[in-house]
Design a binder for this molecule. Structure first.
Ligand SMILES: [Zn+2]
Length: 175
């Protein structure tokens, strides 16, 4: 595919939307395989490619809504394809770390909590005082009671919540 033609098509699309064609910035990247239970990938809102796994959420100060796109379209919108590719690479590595995280062995304490050492600090997993079925996870003074917007009701969900706490996507967005 001719890359200049591709870029021109993306910019034409933005013009059709009366949207700015440059100076967008990325506010979040979402791993579709992590969020969805089925295997449907995402369709880039700009070029229509239906095979997007990592969704770059693009924002512009002069536009009323964000635009969700794949890596290359994100690069065109922000005027820096290398930066978008680097974000994509870091997200892939993070996804690998997340996949491996449940292999780590938690220690059960006499108080019924589970702990795991991570980079010199303990991650703690506790049961809610109010609902024994709900887990909370704390690390370095932060505590979360939800994973992907829902209460944490299984050990595995608590493990993934712990991962998001110690290895957040925000670190990729704002290193
Ligand atoms: Zn695209």
């Amino acid at each position: 595919m001719n890359s200049n033609g591709y870029e021109a098509r993306c910019q034409k699309r933005l013009e059709e939307w009366h949207a700015p064609i440059s100076d967008w910035y990325c506010i979040d990247v979402i791993d579709i395989e992590e969020e969805a239970s089925d295997t449907d990938l995402f369709t880039c809102e700009l070029c229509g490619c239906s095979r997007v796994r990592f969704v770059h959420v693009m924002e512009h100060d002069d536009y009323f809504e964000d635009v969700r796109v794949g890596c290359i379209c994100a690069g065109i919108m922000e005027g820096d394809v290398l930066a978008a590719k680097e974000r994509e690479r870091l997200m892939k590595n993070r996804a690998k770390r997340k996949r491996n995280f449940p292999k780590r062995k938690w220690k059960e304490t006499p108080y019924g909590t589970y702990i795991l050492m991570h980079k010199g600090s303990w991650i703690k997993m506790v049961h809610s005082k109010f609902n024994d079925q709900h887990y909370g996870v704390s690390y370095n003074g932060k505590i979360v009671w939800k994973y992907q917007g829902r209460p944490i009701t299984s050990f595995l969900a608590a493990v993934y919540a712990a991962f998001d706490l110690v290895d957040p996507v925000e670190r990729i967005m704002r290193p």
